[in-house]
Design a protein around this ligand. Sequence first.
Ligand code: UD1
Ligand code: CA
Length: 454
Amino acid sequence: MAELVTVILAAGKGTRMKSSLPKVLHKVCGKEMVRCVLDAATAAGSKRNIVVVGFGADEVRAALGGAAEVVVQEQQLGTGHAVLQAEPLLRDAKGTVMVLCGDTPLLTVGLLKKLYDEHEKAGAKATVLTAIMPDATGYGRVIRTAAGDVEKIVEHKDATEQEREVREVNAGIYCFEKEALFSALAEVGCDNAQGEYYLPDVLSILRGRGEKIWAVAADDYEETLGVNSRVHLAQAERILRRRKNLELMESGVTLMDPDSTFVDADVAVGRDTVIYPFTWLEGRTSVGEGCTLGPSSRFTDVKIGDGVTAHFVYAHECEIGDGATMGPFVHIRPDSHISKDVKIGNFVEVKNSNVGEGSKLPHLQYIGDCDMGAGVNMGCGTITVNYDGKTKFRTKIGDHAFVGCNSNLVAPVSVGDNAYVAAGSTITKDVPPDELAVARARQKNIPNWPDKRK
Ligand code: UD1
Ligand code: CA
């Protein structure tokens, strides 16, 4: 069998989105719609993927990051015209071309496989995926003959009152025999309500030639929802989120309230992790086993180990080791590496720092640009003074150092292994290992003060 090639249409502006961002770059569950479609095609066995870009071509190309071949449709003259742009790239291709729209992010791998398998089995020149929509407004309607064969697809704007009653719609997803597709596209005109070259017209052209055209009905219309507006976007988001949450629960993750748990499409979560409400796991985040996350926490691009506890935490672009406990009210900023069994308590901010195994930051710390060893104890209110108004400097804290409450470590500075810093010190010189640094004014007590005051 020749290899499956997929063409994804993603050149449209998406006028109805009322956005400066190309429609297909709007995200559902943290992933650009066009990437959702592309990933589904790839997972369904498509060996070559060509994305037709146009409006915001550079942005779309950048978002694809080399994951697909790209061809530009300079003017958006319709879906049929868009597919034609891929023809030069398909000169040597043989067999089946699958065409998908970049605005149908809910497609599943199973559905695409079913479409492809049934197309091959039927030996049709064209197979269209259809769905019964509760509200078919805006979609192309599937018009069937009395015998039940697909006769044509009529766009909403071109449809008669009677045709608009039809709830079976074109999902905008097809398989074509390549030669038949391009020979029919050459005949597609633009004499319609939108003055566009409609891809679905290929079906009636082929039918007119006596060729076999076929339809596959999706069992679940939700998989075929096309996103044309922000309202559709929110619907798609809700459906994908529900699907993702179901997947997590089926794989052994406890969600205290799935309706208020927000996990992006590509996030992995290990077994026996428990997620409390209002928790967001975003982007390239991964979570190990047996963690307790949330409530009210947000993790963006964070690698979380096993057995981590975090509540009321915002962490982004960082790593959190096994057994760490954090929260409430903690902010872990980019390029931070929190090691195994670290304890971070309330009102702590960590930025661009390494915190060694078992170290404790229990309350009210600012740790920025710091390399901290293992078993360090940071007293309440300790601060790394990392910025002189011009340049950032690093602080180094050795293993098992003990930094007393309300100390400032003015970087660049180091505190050696097993060293102590007295509470209330402002440290401006390195503290050698095993030494105690006291850097505060000596206390003087003045007797009989009330009398002296008078
Ligand atoms: C299209 C179908 C309609 C179907 C619906 C399913 C046509 C004419 N209509 O309508 O039958 O029910 O999808 O969701 O095909 N695009 C381009 N270049 C263009 C125009 C569009 O690349 O010149 C891309 C868009 O970026 C989008 C996709 O094609 O990803 C579909 O275009 P859109 O305008 O959303 O078509 P619909 O009106 O939804
Ligand atoms: Ca659409």
